[in-house]
Write a protein that binds this ligand. Structure first.
Ligand code: HEC
Length: 145
């Protein structure tokens, strides 16, 4: 009897955990969609298909699905490497989007990783922060001695 109750309780809390996790993901995806429309859509297109030989597709991109560190770095630093992405080259230049907050970058990448037929785990603000590194002080913040 006691065992059954414990099992039921464990299942219940597991259910709540799963629910909270999916819920967090959909909240982040919804916020990320707004960032995408404003900051990324003009190049990567509404369906994430990109523009042939100019802007790479984000749909089914190996890096988008498998390499969080790489894609966080691309958004923070921009990209003009001209290296093959899934065997194709792209001629346009992506500027740095480091003016976005850690949360906005996490949300937009979570959106990208869960749209256009993509399915992958969320990117968190902490992961973005870790790659951004310590934020440099602007001159107005530096104390005059
Ligand atoms: C001015 C057009 C432009 C905008 C705006 C832009 N990108 Fe890009 N993006 C590119 C280009 C071009 C590349 C590839 C550059 C290269 O090959 O050197 C790229 C590369 C990428 C990659 C790497 C893809 C891969 O397969 O490795 C990701 C991820 C990405 N962009 C996401 C975004 C996100 C998210 C935004 C919005 C915050 C955004 N981009 C805004 C043009 C753009």
């Amino acid at each position: 009897m006691k065992k059954k109750l414990i099992t039921a309780m464990a299942l219940f809390s597991f259910g709540i955990m799963l629910w909270a996790q999916t819920n967090n993901l959909s909240v982040s995806v919804a916020r990320g969609e707004a960032v995408y429309k404003k900051e990324c859509l003009s190049c990567h297109q509404v369906d994430g298909g990109g523009v042939p030989h100019m802007n790479p597709p984000l749909a089914q991109s190996s890096n988008v699905l498998k390499d969080k560190q790489k894609i966080i770095t691309v958004v923070l630093k921009g990209m003009s490497d001209r290296i093959p992405l899934d065997d194709e080259y792209y001629s346009n230049v992506m500027a740095s989007h480091s003016y976005l907050t850690d949360q906005q970058i996490a949300d937009v990448l979570t959106y990208v990783r869960n749209s256009f037929g993509n399915k992958a785990t969320a990117v968190t603000a902490a992961e973005v922060k870790a790659i951004r590194g310590p934020v440099k002080k602007t001159t107005s913040q530096v104390k005059k001695s």
